[in-house]
Design a protein around this ligand. Structure first.
Ligand SMILES: Cc1cc2nc3c(=O)[nH]c(=O)nc-3n(C[C@H](O)[C@H](O)[C@H](O)COP(=O)(O)OP(=O)(O)OC[C@H]3O[C@@H](n4cnc5c(N)ncnc54)[C@H](O)[C@@H]3O)c2cc1C
Length: 386
């Protein structure tokens, strides 16, 4: 399905109105306390925007990825941050694409309303890092259950989620033909699990991101938690990655728009040596360049979303879009600090906060080097480097 740009305007207007209730002062306070922005998440949930990608048959709005991308871009362009809730939009894709009819009808309608929060995605482990097939968290089948042991790191929003998509090894790596085999995906009900074999420990980071590490110590989950076929989980996780990359790219573009607007406004108003600083080419050119970078990254992101919505392969475009957008937003952030001079460092301008927030996306959900490796190997057919 495709959506013409003009169709999105009413949705974007809804986003702008909603975000207007959460100005910089709100985000500064949350940031200072490293608090989860509950009021914002509740407002976004109540608006129905987070159910954008869930088909109408399951109570969502059945919109294409292009629309979800536009929603998240606008959230960020308004100065807000969608990291506390974006996973509610797309993590359900694993259930939608690979879940059984029973799992879909049990969970998707309640995820669409926000009654159930599926916001946690447990893939990364401390020792495996980017090398996902080397994860060691183990799920062993025992009768009608699986018993889970191991550890995840950077499992964001785990304290604010009812359910978690978990990737674990069901067959050890040395017993499979290909290392991508023997991994399985589970939908873990965290409400039942916390304190009974599942422990969540928050990680304090340089910005306000409710991320955690998770420990599994003989956690028993019903065998019915398995999604799809045992051993095929790596493929299921990969299937969701293009959508995630396109949505994250959109958030970066929103950040980039915010930095450019903020810097332009400041450069027009701030007078030094008796004239606006923006009259100096040394100030206006970096702003103009950041604007051009963000626009170019947006074109690639739109192309990736368009291909995705048409059901065509979008791996190349989704990866490149995420890389270009995360770099464009970072350069715009740096430019915005420089344009503000000393005031760029003052909390009340929000620039330093957004600067810290937008840095993440060159590392997560996938780092730039791994994207370049993907392009080199899979697009340019260069030898695999690792
Ligand atoms: C705030 C935050 C939130 C996150 N949320 C989640 C989440 O909800 N769920 C989840 O599962 N994960 C999450 N992550 C994890 C994130 O996806 C990883 O941090 C990211 O994929 C990078 O992996 P790593 O940190 O293990 O780095 P490593 O794999 O240790 O890599 C370190 C550096 O080495 C480079 N490198 C590694 N191998 C190569 C190579 N072969 N060639 C060239 N360069 C290489 C990388 O590019 C990187 O710069 C989050 C991370 C952060 C920081």
């Amino acid at each position: 399905m495709t959506t013409e740009l003009h169709d999105l305007e009413p949705i974007l207007e809804t986003v702008r109105k909603l975000c207007a209730d959460f100005p910089g002062a709100y985000w500064r306070e949350q940031d200072r306390e490293r608090a989860y922005p509950t009021a914002f998440v509740e407002a976004m949930t109540a608006s129905g925007l987070l159910g954008a990608l869930i088909p109408e048959t399951y109570g969502g709005s059945g919109l294409p990825l292009t629309a979800a991308a536009a929603i998240l871009e606008e959230v960020h362009a308004c100065g807000a941050n969608a990291a506390a809730l974006h996973a509610q939009m797309y993590t359900m894709g694993t259930v939608l694409r690979h879940g059984s009819p029973a799992q879909k009808s049990q969970y998707l309608p309640r995820i669409a309303t926000g009654e159930l929060r599926l916001q946690a995605f447990g893939v990364t482990e401390p020792t495996a890092g980017t090398d996902t097939t080397s994860i060691t968290t183990r799920a062993e089948r025992r009768g009608d259950t699986y018993v889970i042991n191991g550890q995840k790191v950077w499992t964001s929003r785990a304290e604010h989620s009812d359910l978690m998509i978990l990737l674990a090894r069901t067959t050890p790596k040395d017993q499979v033909n290909r290392k991508t085999e023997g991994l399985s995906v589970f939908l873990v009900d965290m409400r039942e699990a916390v304190g009974k074999g599942l422990t969540i420990k928050p990680i304090r980071t340089m910005f306000n991101h409710a991320t955690t590490e998770i420990f599994f110590d003989n956690l028993v989950i019903p065998a019915s938690s398995l999604i799809g076929e045992e051993g095929k989980g790596f493929r299921y996780i990969l299937d969701g990655m293009n959508a995630e990359r396109i949505l994250i790219a959109s958030e970066c573009i929103g950040d980039g728009r915010w930095f450019v607007e903020k810097a332009s406004n400041y450069a027009r108003e701030r007078k030094v040596f008796g004239r606006p600083i923006g009259q100096n080419q040394g100030v206006q050119f970096p702003i103009a360049r950041a604007y051009a970078d963000v626009r170019a990254a947006k074109l690639m992101t739109c192309e990736a979303a368009r291909l995705y919505d048409m059901g065509q392969p979008a791996g190349e475009e989704a990866n490149i879009a995420k890389m270009l957008a995360s770099e464009a937003s970072w350069r715009a952030a740096d430019m915005c600090i420089q344009t503000h001079g000393g005031f760029g460092f003052a909390e009340e301008y929000d620039v330093e906060r957004k600067f810290r927030e937008t840095r993440l996306y060159q590392v997560a959900p996938i780092s730039t080097n791994l994207i370049l490796s993907f392009v080199a190997e899979h697009v340019l057919h260069l030898p695999r480097s690792y």
